[in-house]
Design a protein around this ligand. Structure first.
Ligand SMILES: [Fe+2]
Length: 299
């Protein structure tokens, strides 16, 4: 089972718990989302002044986004905005937190794990390692980085792109008075943490600083408004395609059918190959937005 829908959730209202499972002391955590089958999770972690951890690796791909304070990881000094993608088995240097630090810490494949080591695991995908200060060392791109484009005034920095799954991790911002009138959904799960600012969605109301969501595929979200600006960290678990529409009443099942109809129109033979596995009569799904344009090869 994948992670459940959590939206809206405001972590600033919740308490930290002591985090000493990984052989270290001096840190605390909150769970923002959790896959109870695999243990994959997104945590907010507070590292107390004086926290240290020896060099080591995890059995899961791990992403870290520094929210405030300062940590050193090996020879790298990381302040707010620093982003790591650490593939499973890649060993990082010792972590030291001289005066306190908070970060989002994400384990993508399994529960948090730590193995002390100063060498990489022989099977580690070392080329996948990313370390960058996303605030200082990357430019904003337009919203057309995703397709079809979001409205003008929402800008994006892609921090990581998986060339096989097309999953992305990204920083995004909404300008003051940003608005987008349509409704969107995706084939991917979508996750966001509000670093600063409040924005509004028709279905979920206002999400303030410290707001978070993990949103499974095909759930309507939008229209959108932002009064004073928002800075946020986001991720998807596969390709983000914006299925835009204006029907606030469509449900997840109807949205899935419409996405299937989209695939059927664009790649009918691939659709038939997939849909006919175990069935005799594949036909295109219904598209509530385009009735009558569902079965181009059946006429
Ligand atoms: Fe979205």
């Amino acid at each position: 089972m994948a992670r459940p829908h959590i939206e809206p959730y405001v972590e600033l209202n919740e308490d930290f718990k002591k985090f000493d499972q990984l052989g270290t002391t001096g840190s605390h955590y909150k769970i923002l989302s959790l896959d109870v089958d695999t243990g994959a999770c997104t945590l907010k972690v507070r590292y107390n002044a004086g926290f240290s951890r020896p060099p080591g690796m995890s059995y899961s791909d791990c992403e870290i986004f520094v929210l405030n304070g300062l940590m050193t990881v090996g020879d790298t000094t990381c302040v707010a905005g620093h982003y790591f993608f650490i593939p499973a088995g890649v060993a990082t240097g010792a972590i030291n937190v001289p005066q306190g630090c908070e970060a989002l810490v994400m384990y993508n494949d399994s529960e948090p794990s730590f193995i002390e080591s100063d060498t990489n695991h022989p099977l580690a995908n070392t080329e996948g390692f990313i370390s960058v200060n996303s605030y200082e060392d990357m430019p904003w791109g337009g919203g057309s980085i995703v397709s079809p484009s979001v409205a003008t005034g929402c800008m994006i920095k892609i921090l990581r792109y998986d060339p096989l799954s097309e999953a992305i991790s990204f920083l995004y911002c909404m300008a003051p008075k940003f608005m987008q009138d349509n409704i969107s959904y995706h084939d991917c799960a979508e996750e966001s943490y509000h670093i600063w600012g409040t924005s509004w969605m028709m279905q979920f109301g206002e999400l303030p600083t410290g707001g978070y969501f993990w949103r499974p595929p095909y759930i309507n979200h939008g229209s959108f408004r932002c009064e004073l600006g928002t800075l946020a960290f986001g991720r998807t678990d596969s390709k983000l395609h914006n299925y835009f529409h204006f029907n606030p009443w469509s449900n997840v099942d109807e949205n899935i059918l419409r996405a299937g109809a989209h695939l059927y129109r664009q790649r009918p033979d691939m659709f038939k190959w997939v849909a006919s596995d175990g069935h005799n009569h594949p036909h295109g799904p219904d598209d509530f937005q385009n009735p009558g344009y569902n079965h181009p090869h059946e006429h």
